[in-house]
Design a protein around this ligand. Structure first.
Ligand SMILES: [Mg+2]
Length: 212
């Protein structure tokens, strides 16, 4: 098993979740979000450094609206440049810190609760690499363990090994690629494709009703 990796932490380390806006309690829904072409500008040459991170218009506001509507946010991103030997985990950590900062600058509610990535080369056919659902599986279990104060018991399960799964009927996956949609469907979540040049702002009104 080639497991997902987690931004700035070991995969199964305790996750300290920040409160949801207005201190609302969590109803169990998670927004699984792809990164490039959803939160920040997509590049056919990858995003290779913090300087290349450029959030898409209103992506911070969209993430904030999801959290204000009660979603926990779990980013799930394929990062094969690591497996291809182009750069390393430390570079990706800097990229993700920059992304987090830019989103928060746009809207203080735009917190990424958990960022998971797959560093593997496509030829490795990792369960953690979309279109496989391994990152979504891990994301659900990590967030739920944190919410339920059961992090000490956390043993992340994948595929057929994970038998008793919670319903994902109120969760969503947003991505710009077919592989995102496939991963979402395999996982059993409502998967929504956005325009790669617009990102999450393209579809946010379909997920969170606009007030007033
Ligand atoms: Mg993408």
């Amino acid at each position: 098993m080639l497991p997902p990796h987690r931004h700035a932490s070991r995969l199964d380390s305790p996750l300290e979740l920040k409160p949801l806006p207005h201190n609302q309690s969590w109803s169990g829904k998670i927004a699984y979000l792809d990164r490039d072409g959803v939160l920040n500008r997509w590049s056919d040459n990858y995003v290779n450094s913090p300087e290349e991170v450029e959030t898409l218009p209103n992506s911070g506001e969209s993430v904030a609206r999801l959290r204000r509507y009660g979603f926990r946010i779990c980013v799930v991103t394929n990062q094969s440049p690591i497996g291809r030997g182009l750069w390393d985990h430390d570079t990706l950590e800097l990229i993700h810190k920059k992304l987090e900062t830019q989103l928060i600058e746009e809207d203080s509610d735009a917190i990424l609760d958990l960022v998971l990535y797959s560093p593997y080369h496509p030829s490795e056919n990792a369960w953690a690499r979309k279109p496989n659902p391994g990152m979504l599986e891990a994301g659900r279990q990590i967030i739920e363990a944190s919410e339920n104060n059961k992090q000490e018991d956390l043993k992340i399960m994948y595929g057929h090994q994970w038998v008793e799964r919670p319903s994902e009927s109120s969760s969503i996956m947003v991505g710009d690629q077919i592989s995102d949609i496939e991963a979402g469907r395999k996982f059993g979540v409502n998967a929504i494709q956005c325009d790669q040049t617009i990102g999450i702002a393209d579809v946010i009104d379909k997920i969170v009703p606009r007030r007033g």
